[in-house]
Design a protein around this ligand. Structure first.
Ligand code: KG4
Ligand code: ZN
Length: 348
């Protein structure tokens, strides 16, 4: 019998809820409806996410969003077969809200619940697209908290190839954006400004580019951006800001592209999956597409609106775990969350 899965994402500053239907057998699960509330405006005044405010807002949003997706899909609450929620990594309080709501719903309906790894959600989110990838592939996971290259041989079969030793790529975008006086969240704003600038205007470092391994380091970039910004006499003009934004983006993108190619070379794989918020970056997409096309490598991305956090990827990861017989949905409703949780520690 097909399975109707409710997915709940509340690990950071987006409340995401979605309904996915997993067909019988091996067919690709399909998205029926999804709804999202972003807290960006609420946190903007503080220049970053305030965990307590995030938790309280998730409490306000989760049930209305659940009703919204049920109405969109024309489904009743009682039709849900499984409730999936983000168990980690993320903000502890925010995760507890999602886990609590999922388990309360599960207990009320007498349905099992399943805690999902947030990064596994990102990793499998390209399977929600109309042109899903096939295993095995190299995955470039680029979010606000993580930058990792993984070898992915199947659901739950993840081997870490390299990762950032300090800041994540999204963090580099956000921190540089802050230095340029752009609001929170900075990544998309910096990318927009970069569209008006010259990426070769300022020479910024590409740390670990030639390190011989697949690790990244982005912490030095914000210092270089700050140093460059201080060289301007007085406040930078619009063109200088745009040039610095473009140069910053170029530095981040070049490192991500070169290391992804290296990972493909090292593994001998011909398929790359890009996931996580920074995967929405147009310059990254264009340069990866060009570099991979020259090598005959296929690149898969999630749909643009499913790059950043959402409930669909959580329901999808749960659906794929259920289909492959790897999930152990629980009926005891005693939940915990894992604010720190390495993806390669996930048991297959
Ligand atoms: O995956 P995500 O929504 O949340 C985490 O799990 O961290 O990623 C959020 C990150 C933020 O750092 C945000 O600035 C960045 O993704 N981001 C972008 C773009 N859209 C989102 N960075 C660069 N260009 C974009 N278009
Ligand atoms: Zn995320």
């Amino acid at each position: 019998m097909p399975t109707l899965i409710l997915g709940i994402e509340s690990s950071c500053d987006e409340t995401g809820v979605a309904l996915v239907r997993a067909p019988d057998g091996a067919g690709v699960p399909g998205l029926l409806a999804h709804a999202l509330h972003t807290q960006a405006a609420m946190h903007a005044d503080y220049g970053g996410v305030v965990p307590e405010l995030a938790s309280r807002d998730h409490i306000r949003r989760l049930l209305p969003l659940t009703n919204q997706v049920l109405a969109q899909a024309g489904q009743a609450l009682a039709a849900i077969d499984l409730i999936a929620y983000t168990r980690g990594p993320g903000l502890a309080g925010a995760l507890l809200v999602g886990a609590g709501v999922a388990c309360a719903l599960g207990a009320a309906l007498g349905r099992p619940v399943l805690g999902v790894h947030h990064l596994e959600g990102h990793l499998l989110s390209p399977f929600l697209s109309s042109d899903p990838p096939e295993f095995p592939f190299v995955a470039l996971l680029v979010s606000g908290g993580h930058t990792q290259l993984m070898r992915v041989d199947g659901v739950g079969r993840y081997a870490l190839l390299g990762e950032t030793i300090d800041d994540a790529a999204g963090e580099a975008f956000d921190k540089s954006a802050k230095l340029l006086g752009l609001g929170y969240p900075g990544g998309p704003a910096l990318a927009r400004l970069a569209g008006f600038g010259d990426p070769a205007a300022y020479k910024l470092p590409r740390p670990l580019l030639h390190s011989g391994d697949l690790d990244f380091s982005f912490a030095g970039l914000k210092t270089a951006v700050l140093t460059q910004a201080r060289k301007f006499e007085g406040a930078p003009c619009e063109q200088q800001r745009a040039d610095l934004a473009a140069s910053t983006q170029a530095a981040i993108v070049e490192v991500l592209v070169k290391k992804s190619l290296k990972a493909l070379e090292a593994t001998g794989l011909q398929r790359l999956v890009v996931a996580g918020g920074v995967g929405a970056n147009q310059a990254l997409r264009e340069q990866l597409d060009a570099a991979c096309a020259r090598r005959g490598v296929r690149v898969h991305y999630p749909e643009l609106h499913l790059c950043t956090d959402n409930g669909a990827m959580i329901a999808m990861a749960a659906a794929m775990r259920v289909q492959t017989g790897m999930a152990a949905p629980r009926l005891d409703y005693g939940f915990d969350v894992r604010p720190r949780w390495p993806l390669d520690a996930l048991a297959a």
